[in-house]
Design a protein around this ligand. Sequence first.
Ligand code: NAP
Length: 454
Amino acid sequence: MTNTQPAPAPENSAQDLPTLKVAVLGAGTVGTEVLRLITEQGDDLAHRIGGRLEVIGVAVRDMARDRGPHVDPSLLTDDPSALVREADLVIELMGGIEPARSLILQAMEHGAAVVPANKALLAQDGATLYEAADRHGVDLSFEAAVAGAIPLVRPVRESLAGDRIDRVMGIVNGTTNYVLDAMARTGASFDDALATAQQLGYAEADPTADVEGHDAAAKAAILASLAFHSRVSLADVHCEGITSVSSQDIAAAERMGRTIKLLSIVERVPGQDGERISARVYPALISSEHPLASVSEAFNAVFIEADAAGSLMFYGQGAGGAPTASAVLGDVVSAARQRLRGGAGLRESHYAALEQIPLEQLRSAFYVSLRVQDRPGVLAEIAGTLSSHGISISTIHQQLIEEDEDGSASGQGSAHIGITTHRALESSMTAVLDVFSSTSTVLGVDSVLRIEGE
Ligand code: NAP
């Protein structure tokens, strides 16, 4: 029997496809991995896009440094401005505010689509970039700016565009998760756990942006803007880092069946004056049963609660050269396809323009650790102060009578008390802490942490 089916048409060679000129700004941790993927997967990418990516230049500061096998030295330039004027697509992986912002704006002015991984710039001045993208009709895609390899920007911006997102809560900074996880696993102090993270490459030599919560806050600003169709910048995000989390806090959390995680939380807050939004970052206690509690080492995980979709959880590597490059390339493929089709893809959506609710108007459950005089009536006094501010106690734990640093029992005697409260206004807790700071009963407030996810 003869085969009457026509033979399948031979696949077009990738070489026959149209070419897109790509400028890469930066050849550091992420840049070198992006260049590796473009080199190693060139033909596959070309078929997926319907066009070939031709890297026309790689901007760096130090032209002399060896960049490894995937960065062609002849493509290096220290004139990024000239480079972006020639490109159809600009991948911005240099970081920082300037000159990244000016170069992105210049690229858009010349009609290029831009793919930045720059969370700091997007969180600080995203509006300027969105407006320029709109004005010039070009794509601005930034999946890599939030949680590295984990698809989060696209699900929020596109997959859930037909739903109503109520809350996004997650661990979006791997460095701080590594440090808190190491403290819990080994009993190490914050300083020792941070030093280990630095030795293993999980923390930068200058860890400020991570441990002070700024990196997580930048991601919270980006997520809140996308989730709530409102402009939220870094300055709108309440931010507390993990530098004051102590081994005692970690041990107290464990005793309570909880664990401490640095959480980024963005949510809608309904109220009598209409709906407002909150974006905040702080270390919080969560139940050890909560799925976020088992997120270990430098991994990231994010929960999205949406009206119709319900709860969704995203988990994976939130940083690192290769995982971040994966997210960058995903954006590059879709921006390149769009470019070949003509026109741009998604625009910024900020029509809702929801206002921010000040932190002091939010309600949280708290854990408060106090050093108090060890004498009869102290617990009643503290409970009375809390109650007079509308805060009710959930649990109370009194620890051993403390000895002075020289080992002798102090004349007066002191004790540690750990209190958890039911949900109460932030402003009420602030007022209570003011009272505690002015009474002789309370010798010191060691820590105040919020309890989330219960
Ligand atoms: P990096 O290792 O410090 O690399 C930055 C690169 O940009 C270097 O090649 C540097 O050149 C170049 N550069 C910086 N300023 C420049 C300037 N003025 N002119 C020309 N070149 C300049 O940074 P990275 O870790 O790859 O991060 C890049 C971006 O990705 C940042 O926005 C970061 O927030 C974001 N990101 C990173 C990760 C991650 O895991 N690393 C994860 C998510 C997002 P030299 O090499 O000559 O100094």
